[in-house]
Design a binder for this molecule. Sequence first.
Ligand SMILES: [Zn+2]
Length: 215
Amino acid sequence: MPQALPQTIAAAEFGRCADAIAAAARELAALGWTPATSSNFSMRVDADHAAITISGRDKGRLGRDDIMLIDLHGRPVGTDARPSAETGLHTQVYRRRPEIGVVLHTHSRTQSVASRLFAREGVVRLEGWELQKAITGYTTHESVLEIPVFPNTQYMPELEARVDAWLDAGRPLHAYLIDGHGIYAWGRDMPEARRHLEALEFLLGCELDLRRLSA
Ligand SMILES: [Zn+2]
């Protein structure tokens, strides 16, 4: 069944979001960050809706028909397609952070290995790297950028509760790793979300190299 949109959402607007998600997904897939149909991507459409990748599609071959509309509680809108199993982690960011417009979730090798390495500490502390300045709000390499690592689970409410607890404690949150799984990163728009994701991929790779070389 094709996507049936609510009257408040113009087809052109949904199409713009779907095209942007599909293009980003294809590019991130080309980098090898979305192996075996993993990963999922979303974009806010309005205050109450987001567009998100349909579950199980090859992220290297995404087109407009692979993107569906959901409300911010993760329910499909105007379609019987099934959104990603991790949709709740996307909608949580949109509900809690009204300024956020894009959420990107990938499973690169670097993200996966780093998540295992730092799982015991529960956080990656990035300090002294110039590229920390790619994260909005960070203006110097001397600041400390904390990326939490949450335990993996197939039960999304448990992960959502951990994210809520971090935010409720008033700690800055720009992205998080899930142990043995991958990363969630976001931004106000696609360029900012991409910049955050790419900077974190680079920084995590540097941390892994440092440990390898100083062993
Ligand atoms: Zn995942």
